[in-house]
Design a protein around this ligand. Structure first.
Ligand SMILES: [Fe+2]
Length: 170
């Protein structure tokens, strides 16, 4: 499928792509944890860093949506359910990050079953949210609601600038 030039189509195309990468990242972490506990234990910092990088990527994704995308969409649609779902997911993500930081300080606290439990508790609301959001962002839905394509394109540009700025900051 060629990359679309209309902002409404671009949004849908890119969101599907980003959501797949978020989903695959979490599935990889869970699979790795289930299949390679000993290897993880032997190199805990790499595992912890990978989990934190994934978590940071998800947090950034949701923050950009809330700062730039939802305000435009909310002029003619209602994305409050997505915002509520972000809050549920981030409560669980905070617990996960707290545990990962604990492991950085004290690797002896490594408990693969506990981490797996936390990841699974996060997975269900997150995956439900990712599916529901792309469904809500279908181009025909946005067009039917009268979302302004050029305003959306402008929000998209500002999002890309914010991503570039965050890359320079880190
Ligand atoms: Fe999203």
């Amino acid at each position: 499928m060629p990359y679309p030039s209309n902002p409404i189509e671009t949004l849908y195309y890119t969101m599907n792509y980003v959501h797949s990468s978020i989903r695959r990242g979490l599935e990889n972490i869970i699979k790795h944890l289930e299949e390679s506990k000993d290897a993880i234990h032997d190199d805990l910092p790499t595992f912890v860093n990978y989990c934190l990088a994934w978590s940071h990527h998800l947090t950034m994704h949701h923050k950009l949506e809330e700062d730039f995308l939802f305000p435009v969409l909310n002029r003619t649609m209602n994305f409050s359910e997505e915002k509520d779902a972000h809050d549920v997911v981030h409560n669980k993500l905070d617990d996960l990050e707290a545990m990962l930081h604990e492991l950085e300080i004290d690797p002896k606290k490594f408990n693969p079953d506990r981490i797996r439990e936390q990841l699974l508790a996060l997975k269900e609301p997150l995956f439900d949210h990712l599916d529901a959001e792309v469904e809500h962002l279908k181009p025909e839905e946005l067009k039917k609601a009268g979302v302004n394509a050029s305003e959306l394109g402008h929000a998209w540009q500002r999002m890309e600038e914010a991503i570039r700025a965050s890359m320079h900051a880190s």
